[in-house]
Design a protein around this ligand. Structure first.
Ligand code: MG
Length: 162
């Protein structure tokens, strides 16, 4: 795909449970609830990885890291990002920009945005101003509004590295 910039989309949902650790965008967040998942349940990094993989024409995250594989149990999702970036380098590609919307009642995203942007930028080898993170609530309606579910939706632009 020489000379071509491509866009990718990733969506990830996780059930929320009281007392679970909450890591979002690679940042440990103080929260009464956290994702109930096989890995660390970082829906933000999962959605971003799938967006990047999609733009690069690679297999999706669930294919690369199956959730029935014990090796992935409670695994930090930062590991998945490193593997995704290694696969991009093999194809001589780089990430140009990332944007993600996080829909959840808790935790509040706003106080954690700056740290999340910085960490995501490190993991995907970008400057922080090429990464954005927005939080939305579910307006007290549906599974997200009742605090049962979190959803992250991400877009990525990927282009040749040189
Ligand atoms: Mg996930």
């Amino acid at each position: 795909m020489s000379g071509v910039t491509r866009i990718g989309l990733g969506i990830d949902t996780h059930r929320l449970a009281p007392g679970r650790p909450c890591v979002l965008g690679g940042v440990a967040i103080d929260s009464p609830v956290g994702p109930d998942a096989h890995s660390d349940g970082d829906a933000v990094l999962h959605a971003l990885c799938d967006a990047v993989l999609g733009a690069a024409g690679l297999d999706d995250l669930g294919t690369l890291f199956p959730d029935d594989d014990d090796a992935n149990r409670d695994r930090p999702s930062a590991d998945f990002c490193r593997e995704v970036m290694a696969q991009l380098r093999e194809k001589n590609l780089r990430v140009l920009s990332l944007d993600v919307v996080v829909e959840t009642e808790k935790p509040a995203i706003k106080p954690n945005r700056a740290a999340m942007r910085k960490r995501i930028a490190e993991l995907f080898e970008l400057s922080a101003d090429a990464v954005n993170v927005k939080g939305k609530t579910g307006e007290k309606t549906g599974a997200i509004g009742r605090g049962e579910l979190m959803r992250a939706t991400a877009l990525a632009l990927v282009a040749p590295a040189d």
